[in-house]
Write a new protein. Structure first.
Length: 107
């Protein structure tokens, strides 16, 4: 009789639900930390990184990071760096060959 009462009391313990919620939150926190560590633009990494967003589309953007310096270049000619802006001109065309190599043809 006592064993049955003890089993019923343990099954209705609200503290067990709280412990399960803590376990779920620990797993979520670990997943978020792994996501931040795997991000190429991680603020704690000091590598040189280039990220191309929306490749091949008119709103393409190239983000270059060297240490703490970040430069953004956009396909429309605007940029958030001194080297950007509308100072460049088209220099030619690039073609990808069947074997995967690139050929640049100046204009």
């Amino acid at each position: 009789m006592r064993a049955r009462l003890r089993d019923e009391a343990e099954a209705d313990d609200p503290l067990l639900s709280v412990i399960n919620l803590i376990d779920v939150f620990l797993v979520l926190i670990a997943a978020l930390l792994l996501t931040v560590a795997g991000n190429p633009l991680n603020p704690y990494s000091h590598d040189k990184i280039t990220v191309i967003r929306h490749a091949g589309r008119p709103d393409m953007e190239i983000i270059m990071r060297d240490g703490h310096k970040i430069e953004r270049f956009r396909a429309d000619g605007s940029a958030e760096s001194p080297a950007g802006g509308k100072r460049g001109v088209r220099a030619g065309s690039a073609y990808r060959m069947a074997d995967g190599s690139l050929v640049f043809v100046p204009e």
